[in-house]
Design a protein around this ligand. Sequence first.
Ligand SMILES: Nc1ncnc2c1ncn2[C@@H]1O[C@H](COP(=O)(O)OP(=O)(O)O)[C@@H](O)[C@H]1O
Ligand SMILES: [Mg+2]
Length: 240
Amino acid sequence: MSNPKIKVENLSKVFSTDEVDTYALADVSLSILEGDYVSISGPSGCGKSTLLSILGLLDTPSAGQYWLDGIDVSQIGLSQSAEIRCEKIGFVFQQFNLIDELSVADNIALPLRYSRKKHSREETAARVADCLGKVGMQNRSGHKPNQLSGGQQQRIAIARALVAQPAVLLVDEPTGNLDSKNGDAIMDLLGQLNAGGTTICMVTHDPRYANFAHKQINLLDGKIQPGDAYHGAGRQGEAA
Ligand SMILES: Nc1ncnc2c1ncn2[C@@H]1O[C@H](COP(=O)(O)OP(=O)(O)O)[C@@H](O)[C@H]1O
Ligand SMILES: [Mg+2]
């Protein structure tokens, strides 16, 4: 069995203010293997985004351990975490978060520009074209984001998240700003990407979309509900 792409143990997150401590996550342990497609579901406020932000190195846990692609990232500082995030994580947000002033191609190329590794102009162009192909948007590379529909913008955001060939694609409510037709199309795309080998962890409050994943994690009040299959095999049907 390959090493987990993501492994967390006894992860907790407390948000403290003068008045209250909010336990957003309590003792969360999970593993995500290469080729997995994992969903994280649960009611509003149960800690889904907090968990995904910590997995994406956008936030730090209050306690617990985290290994990302075999690297212990539990205690790393900000600059190292930015470097590792750039190399290992592709993040897709509900609001797309594209840069309106840049073309589609330049938006997708951004992670390569911020990467420690240098990429030639030719290699950048080839990777951008490859990712545009993966999301079915080859003929939109010169457009600006505001010339695209919401569903198309989310495809570009997914291409941008893939361009640096991350260890894992983290997706937070990817259909939240889309109508059901475009939402279904984005879910089909994520399914195709996973079938092609992309490891995916997706937050969704929609049980129908959670079923697209091969393993479902349900959070309630910051805790994983018992019985969730989050330790098992990589792809469906493979031995653990
Ligand atoms: N920056 C923050 N400061 C204080 N409390 C927060 C912060 N972010 C999230 N929380 C609280 O943590 C809990 C989990 O939030 P979140 O992870 O956003 O939930 P979900 O994504 O499942 O809706 C909620 O009670 C929320 O109010
Ligand atoms: Mg959320």
